[in-house]
Design a protein around this ligand. Sequence first.
Ligand code: AVJ
Length: 326
Amino acid sequence: TVQQALRIVDEDEAGIDKAFKRDVLKGLSEPQKAVPARWFYDERGSQLFEDITRLPEYYPTRAEKEILRAHSGDFRAAIGPGRAVVEFGSGSSAKTPLLLRAIEPLAYVPIDISGEFLRASADRLAEKLPDLPIHPVEADFTRRVTMPAEIDGTARLGFFPGSTIGNMVPRTAVDMLREMRATLEAGSPEGAPPLLLIGMDRIKSRKLLIPAYDDSQGVTAAFNLNLITRINRELDGTMPVDAFRHKAVWNDDIARVEMHLEAQRDIAFTVCEREFTMSAGETIHTENSHKYGRRSAAALLLAGGWTPLERWNDHDSRFMLILAEA
Ligand code: AVJ
């Protein structure tokens, strides 16, 4: 059974998402132009990301599913049944049945910023698991989110798979982990601190990393370029899509893959009536995908208020799932 989604997105009189407008105008005004990666996920962007997860070069989704399948008994032992599972950035909820079948929760709360996608995914999941109460929440999960009243007094497991945390610089990641803890603690029963099961991508050779973010079919390029189409549509922009090229680079000092949109020639355009120029070769930094080792992962979680309890890897040690306690 799927409950009506709670809608918590802030729009102005013209129906423009205020946060999107603020982020884009500010980001395009900085010396290194940048737009936060969360704005990739309109309907088309969410669909393109689903396509990415099926690419031969994009290993994280398959590696994480392998861990969920191989260790379902461990999850059941460590987490137990009867919790409410709260998924942050649920997307298509593709991995969720693997976890839900293993631990038998009392309810499932998917949180996602893309409302239509959220509802469609919740409906699909309800067909697979007809007895599970589902309470979708359309919201920005990097902030504190009010939990549906139906899970008041139920112990919680936060589920944050897919290495979404990799999008955030450590300072932002720590803030968000603390917000998640607060989100999950409100309405938790006495003596049952929230748990968090979080996926992180591991540091590995750039020979494996770069193709994962610059695939031969150009799906990741289309995903990156779709941000420009979205800005043009939603923020009354005139950015010339054909002038931009997708670029993926490994930043070894900070252990992250960066995605950029590189101008191929000098261009001028407007967004929300504001004028911008870019020179040939200048880029808009659109995404960071931080990779972690076991020590850096533990340090990040501890700083965010979570104590790591257990860690599982896929057979190639490309990806890890970590269980932590508030
Ligand atoms: C959804 C943030 C985990 O960083 O691997 C995939 C997004 N970007 N290909 C990632 C993404 C380009 C993805 N995350």
